[in-house]
Design a protein around this ligand. Structure first.
Ligand SMILES: Nc1ncnc2c1ncn2[C@@H]1O[C@H](COP(=O)(O)OP(=O)(O)O)[C@@H](O)[C@H]1O
Ligand SMILES: [Mg+2]
Length: 337
């Protein structure tokens, strides 16, 4: 993927939500470190999978990239423009190139709007703000075209979200995200709320659009099995940090970080022989609350392979060769420690 042009570049991104106390005069007494300094890139036409347990900061990352949260620190470059310092106008224009698809298609679609109006909404908003020059008739044609593209009959245009199945509702979500002709889609667990049989249909739909439109995806999932096939590269996130990143196949074949190994050991392999003899790594407990500053490896509390030095400093994300990076002292050269 090295020869592809970079579309999105995230540098040292941090999102700390303040914890406040006091009724009238609010005082900051701490911070939830939802995202604690991460960097990654997504190339044109490429899919980066972002994976990690619930609560490790994936959604916050996507929301910071889309500028739905103003990050505490760091930069988000879309085609070289830093959105964190851009004007409101420029951010609005960037939204045409960058759209989101959310986990729960029922909660994210307005129940009082028809499917047609939901899909047309981004077009209407940009028309109203004078960014898009498009007539009402063109909008209707475009919406019908999008519906057919995502596998919904255009005759469903006047139906409401509750009249569709979960998979169909997510197709509406995808059509809405495609309406403005984006270059990248930030897909936040787009299939997690769907039945397994429907999941692959939506994944195939997204993969087809990527081929056809040279789209890039930041594809978020809590389950490595879901993003295995769709991702070119994968970044594994834990407690607001990236623990490991590599080409998809490389990560599956040669995981380096104990957290990645644990996530992978939970992925079922469709071969009873291998399944029976597999060594499973069961992580105990949950992701700790990210409300304290850490001076140890972020995975220290739950790591089955922790060493003394892991308690004393935070391992950097180091390239082990070929772009396979890991933040773990088990793999770092002696000279660094
Ligand atoms: N608006 C917010 N205010 C305070 N804390 C938040 C907010 N949004 C998320 N968090 C916290 O940030 C952490 C990461 O959340 P999130 O990004 O939703 O994780 P994920 O999507 O990986 O499940 C969690 O501990 C969550 O409780
Ligand atoms: Mg989430």
């Amino acid at each position: 993927m090295e020869n592809k042009k970079t579309l999105l570049e995230v540098k040292d991104l941090q999102m700390h939500f303040p914890i406040e106390s006091g009724v009238i005069i609010k005082k900051k007494v701490g911070a939830i470190r939802a995202v604690d300094g991460i960097s990654f890139e997504v190339g044109e036409g490429e899919t980066l999978g972002l994976v990690g347990e619930s609560g490790c900061g994936k959604s916050t990352t996507a929301r910071c990239v889309a500028q739905l949260h103003k990050p505490t620190a760091g930069s988000v470059f879309l085609e070289g423009n830093n959105l964190c310092t851009a004007s409101k106008e420029d951010i609005l224009r960037a939204r045409m190139d960058m759209q989101m698809v959310f986990q729960d298609p029922y909660a994210s679609l307005n129940p009082r709007m028809t499917a047609g109006n939901i899909i047309a909404e981004p077009l209407q908003i940009f028309k109203k703000r004078g960014v898009l020059n498009i007539g009402q008739k063109e909008i209707v044609e475009k919406v019908e075209g999008l519906m057919e593209k995502v596998g919904l009959s255009r005759f469903f245009r006047n139906r409401y979200p509750h009249e569709f199945s979960g998979g169909q509702r997510q197709r509406i979500g995808v059509a809405r995200a495609l309406a403005l002709g984006p270059k990248i889609i930030l897909a936040d667990e787009p299939v997690s709320a769907l039945d397994v049989s429907i999941q692959s249909q939506i994944l195939n739909l997204l993969a087809d659009f990527q081929q056809e439109l040279n789209l890039s995806y930041l594809f978020i999932a809590h389950d490595l099995a879901v993003i295995q096939h769709i991702s070119d590269r994968i970044a594994v996130m834990y407690l607001g940090k990236i623990m490991e990143t590599a080409d998809s196949l490389d990560l599956y074949k040669h995981p380096l970080h104990p957290y990645t190994e644990a996530l992978l050991s939970a992925v079922p392999i469709p071969d009873p022989e291998i399944e029976r003899n597999r060594h499973r790594i069961i992580l105990t407990g949950d992701v700790p609350s990210p409300d304290t500053e850490r001076h140890s490896c972020y995975f220290y509390d739950r790591c089955p392979k922790k060493m003394d030095k892991c308690a004393k400093s935070v391992p950097a994300l180091v390239d082990m060769g070929g772009g396979h990076k890991v933040a773990c002292f088990l793999h770092h050269a002696v000279s660094e420690s």
